[in-house]
Write a protein that binds this ligand. Structure first.
Ligand SMILES: [Zn+2]
Ligand SMILES: [Zn+2]
Ligand SMILES: [Zn+2]
Length: 150
């Protein structure tokens, strides 16, 4: 569960007035249990009868994404989704069926980056890694074994 305070602070620092509507959008974002699209966030706002306009939802999400408070995930389908998560560097493992995500640390990746630097002579400044599959709940509801490597 992500705290709304850092998102509100980031908006405030960037000069966005913390209106009731923006606060409500932030609350909606941190309440999402799974990754979501802008359209899905707006649908959630409507379902809660918040009365927040589509433009406010979309724009607040976009600003928070630009501010690095909400991460944009590129899904294998070519679509993208958003998720609020810890600001520290991490990666996501994402369920392709239900959209549940988990955060994972760099683990063995540092060594891989070192090898890439050695092999290519590049200075590597950043990287992204997203892993896709089925979460344990979705695995349990299918006959696909969880330990089968891709
Ligand atoms: Zn994240
Ligand atoms: Zn799942
Ligand atoms: Zn990393």
């Amino acid at each position: 569960m992500v705290d709304s305070a850092p998102l509100l602070t980031a908006l405030d620092r960037a000069g966005y007035r913390l209106t009731d509507a923006r606060r409500a959008v932030v609350q909606l974002i941190v309440d999402q249990p799974r990754h979501f699209s802008a359209a899905e966030l707006f649908a959630a706002a409507r379902a809660q009868r918040t009365g927040i306009g589509r433009a406010t939802v979309f724009r607040t999400l976009e600003v928070l994404s630009e501010l690095g408070q909400v991460e944009r995930l590129d899904l294998p389908s070519g679509k993208h989704a958003y998720i609020a998560c810890e600001p520290s560097h991490h990666h996501h493992v994402i369920c392709s069926r239900c959209g549940r995500t988990a955060e994972v640390a760099d683990a063995g990746l540092r060594r891989l980056v070192r090898d890439v630097v050695r092999q290519t002579g590049f200075r590597v400044d950043d990287h992204r890694l997203e892993l896709f599959g089925l979460c344990s709940a979705c695995v349990a509801s299918t006959s696909v074994p969880i330990d089968r490597p891709i």
